[in-house]
Ligand binder design. Structure first.
Ligand code: F58
Length: 830
């Protein structure tokens, strides 16, 4: 039963609440102390940093909730078309620092705390990361949520509330070990549990044909029901009161009684069985690039999709009673293929529960879904074995058959009986094991298929989804990825943020990022250059301290900080980076003393997690440690070269590392990185890029100019030919020499590294490390030369930040809103 206030009661309510919460330091202090006493339940006369963090977070959260309520009321009143962003992964990182910036209360919080004897920065460090995702795709979702809120779009995100996020990486003797991420152990003040927002999600069972009201119907009799409970995470916009929602589902045992077990007296077992339901949202799958046959993965996907659609449909039905209006009110974004089962689920609901005809239901489905793919690797396209699908979701399989039958008929009409092509495009893959191709399903049922960069989109059209592009060229678009400048400059680099605002004479760039371009006019001014270098130095000091704490290695601030942080994967070529470091070491080692004085000192920093089951990626991490051990302890080398591995790379670590970097590497084999977003964060922070012409780098070149970057290596269209010739061409001598050092045990672990060396020699260098090595070294040498000329380097750095506006997720989201989702801002009046 809902209680409501109106008229005089509303006024009374406002009187009682004394209006909105106030943001001055004294009001914040009162709230913090209130939460210390009544939420954290500690004495207000004695609480520590963590308790102060909790109390501060609850005070901030109260302000978020106010805005959240007002926003949702406003959306309800205006009833605009809404976007629902469906994603199995969101890499949110910390919330406190981001929230206080977006609410515009950071200084007030800092002041309130300092009078209580606490330091804001110290408290912000108390928060652990919400790491409900693997890498680029998941962090992109988080950036896009920030932009959706800031741009006032009526949008919600939906995902899974994993109890264990991405594993923690610990390094023992240079080897990666995985530890569970108990991120909820100390509570999570940023979420609101909605015990009353829950939906049953069904699995297994069988389908029967029944006649209902003289009509033949398919009736699914499920074998298991699990309850999905909502947890809401408010996402505040910047410079607006709009606060949107990220609703994450947790699995709970269903309320239904297992009479059978209770009757047989097996009370304990009945309870244990119920608890098993919770497994569904227990753990995030680490990136395995293949989930073939993993039943739990399919159940996770369906669980979150089914709960989300029930919620979305309920909200739609609150206001409308004709499903033909559904596409005017709802846009459903599929973030990769992980939520693509939702197209089938919506068909099922419309057919079996809402009693719509196939034609009407299909017409609706085709108008609401949009699909973005984040990969170019064909092996990363998800497939679900048919027998597994049939066991878990029997009714859905029937619907897939029907969708595919209709699609194949349509296709035959267009292309004739080209059975080879028909079988390539079919949603069902025939063979010894039959599979459902989730990407084909998504393309057939979505009205738009987006790539994440221009180059990616070209590859989709000419290689990965060529057949579909020929059939439906109008479906294919691309939206170059972007990152939010709120998190990646304002939160993580406050000194740079102030400097930019000072020189632009405004803070407006924080929501109108194109203004950054005006920095170009000042790039050569000595005063700005001086201040710019000071900011970099402060950030390098912070990073150097962190490196020393984490790895015990002392690094010189005069050295160029050269960084590669991202997931470890062969195609991202951290191995190439390490071989380059070995080459540098080898050169310095064999130099005359007089030449050593000319060497530009470097600190090479690598960080990233290897997928737990990916042996070669794990060997790359070990190699990095083994090489570091040799170099860092070589007294001949001293500060001229250091190599450090930063353990447990995550969003918060990135916030510290990126502002302190001089150079960053994005060196994937061309044609393999769909977009890459790390490069954009470095760019915003005035860090120069050493990169291959892959993913979105080509677009960065268009903005910044190749002369302000260090571009090397084969181009996307050259790669296939080089691969063909690879077995017949000898790698350059320098390359063979450094690989030999590893092979011969110069860094120890000779047997262990053998299989790693095998991946780049004997005609098996699939990722073309050897073929790109010479031009890689040339790009590195160019970076050294540029670094010596401090003014030139600084100008390049300013121009990088100045040209980064196009890579804001604000631009990406505006593009999606206009060209793909058809949604408009719905701003809460101030
Ligand atoms: C990444 N994909 C792309 N996938 O590799 C990167 O180029 C792009 O910039 C980014 O998406 C955003 O578009 C990616 O991160 C995953 O993490 C998958 C998660 C599910 C398992 C397989 C990997």
């Amino acid at each position: 039963r809902k209680a409501g206030f109106s008229g005089a009661k509303t006024e009374r309510m406002f009187e009682l609440m004394d209006g909105f919460l106030k943001n001055d330091p004294v009001s914040l202090q009162k709230d913090i102390l209130h939460h210390v006493e009544y939420t954290v339940a500690r004495s207000r006369f004695s609480f520590d940093d963590f308790e102060a963090y909790q109390a501060l977070s609850h005070s901030v959260r109260d302000r978020l909730i106010e805005r959240w309520h007002d926003t949702q009321q406003h959306f309800k009143k205006k009833d605009p078309k809404r976007l629902y962003f469906l994603s199995l992964e969101f890499l949110m990182g910390r919330s406190l620092s981001n929230s206080v910036i977006n609410l515009g209360i950071k200084d007030q919080c800092a002041e309130a705390l300092s009078q209580l004897g606490f330091e804001y920065e110290v408290l912000a460090e108390q928060e652990g990361d919400a790491a409900l995702g693997n890498g680029g795709l998941a962090r992109l979702s988080a950036c896009q949520m920030d932009s959706l809120a800031t741009l006032d779009f009526p949008a919600w995100g939906y995902g899974l509330r994993y109890q264990y996020g991405l594993f923690r990486q610990i390094i023992i003797d240079g080897f990666q070990h995985e530890q569970p991420d108990y991120w909820l152990n100390f509570g999570n003040p940023w979420e609101i549990e909605r015990v009353h927002v829950s939906y049953p999600v069904k699995f297994y069972g069988s389908v029967k044909e029944e006649v209902v009201n003289g009509k033949k119907c398919k009736v699914w009799i499920p074998g298991e029901t699990v309850e999905a409970v909502a947890y809401d995470n408010p996402i505040p916009g910047y410079g607006t009161r709009n606060t949107i929602n990220l609703r994450l589902w947790a699995a709970k045992p269903s309320e239904g009684l297992d009479i059978e077990s209770y009757n047989t007296g097996d009370y304990i077992n009945a309870i244990v069985n119920r608890q098993k339901a919770e497994i569904i949202s227990n753990v995030l799958y680490p990136d395995d690039r293949s989930y073939q046959g993993k039943e739990l993965r399919l159940k996770q996907q369906y669980f979150f999709v089914s709960a989300s659609l029930q919620d979305i449909i309920r909200r739609f039905k609150d206001m409308h009673n004709n499903f033909d209006e559904f596409p005017d009110k709802v846009a459903l974004q599929l973030n990769d293929t992980h939520p693509s089962i939702s197209v089938v689920e919506l068909m099922r609901v419309l057919l079996d529960e809402e009693d719509l005809s196939w034609k009407r239901a299909w017409n609706i489905v085709c108008k609401v879904f949009t699909f973005t793919t984040h990969t170019v690797l064909p092996e990363a396209l998800e497939k679900v074995p048919m027998d597994l699908f049939e066991t878990v979701l029997p009714r859905h399989l029937q619907i897939i058959y029907d969708i595919n039958f209709a699609f194949m008929e349509e296709l035959k009409n267009k292309i004739g009986k080209d059975y080879v092509r028909l079988s390539r495009m079919s949603i069902i893959e025939e063979g010894a094991v039959k599979n459902i191709r989730m990407a084909n399903l998504s393309i057939v049922c979505s009205h738009t298929v987006n790539g994440v960069s221009k180059a990616h989109s070209e590859l989709l059209k000419t290689r990965v989804f060529m057949d579909f592009y020929e059939l439906w060229p109008e479906k294919f678009q691309y939206k170059t990825n972007g990152v939010t400048q709120r998190r990646w400059i304002v939160v993580s680099n406050p000194s740079l943020c102030s400097l930019i605002s000072k020189w632009l004479g405004t803070e407006s760039w924080i929501h109108d990022v194109d203004l950054l371009t005006h920095l170009k006019n000042h790039a050569s001014i000595p005063e700005l250059q001086h201040e710019w270098k000071m900011v970099k130095k402060i950030n390098k000091m912070r990073l150097a301290e962190y490196i020393e704490t984490m790895s015990g290695v002392k690094v010189s601030l005069d050295a160029m900080f050269d960084v590669q942080i991202k997931r470890i994967h062969e195609y991202k070529r951290q191995f190439l980076n390490i071989l380059g470091v070995i080459h540098r070491y080898d050169c310095i080692k064999n130099m005359e003393e007089s030449d050593r004085r000319k060497v530009v000192p470097r600190v090479c920093i690598i960080g990233g997690k290897a997928p737990p089951g990916y042996e070669i990626a794990k060997k790359i991490i070990k190699l990095c440690h083994a090489v570091a051990e040799t170099i860092n302890n070589d007294t001949d080398i001293g500060d001229l070269l250091k190599l450090v591995f930063i353990p447990d790379y995550n969003v918060s670590v990135a916030e510290l590392v990126i502002p302190g970097s001089d150079l960053s590497q994005h060196i994937s084999t061309a044609g393999h990185e769909a977009s890459g977003t790390g490069s954009m964060k470095f760019l915003m922070n005035g860090c120069l890029l050493l990169a291959t012409a892959d993913g979105s780098t080509n677009e960065i070149i268009e903005e910044i100019g190749a002369e302000n970057m260090f571009i090397f290596g084969a181009k996307i269209n050259e790669v296939p030919k080089l691969r063909e010739k690879e077995s017949t061409i000898k790698a350059p001598l320098q390359f063979r020499r450094v690989v030999r050092m590893v092979r011969d045990g110069y860094f120890g672990f000779k047997d262990y590294f053998k299989s790693l060396c095998d991946t780049v020699e004997n005609g098996k260098d699939f990722y073309l490390l050897g073929s790109d090595f010479t031009s890689y070294l040339e790009a590195q040498a160019a970076a050294d030369r540029a670094y010596v000329d401090k003014e030139k380097w600084c100008k390049m750095s300013i121009l990088s930040t100045a040209g980064s506006g196009r890579f804001s997720s604000d631009r990406t989201i505006e593009d999606y809103a206009e060209k793909t989702w058809g949604i408009k801002p719905c701003k809460l009046p101030l």
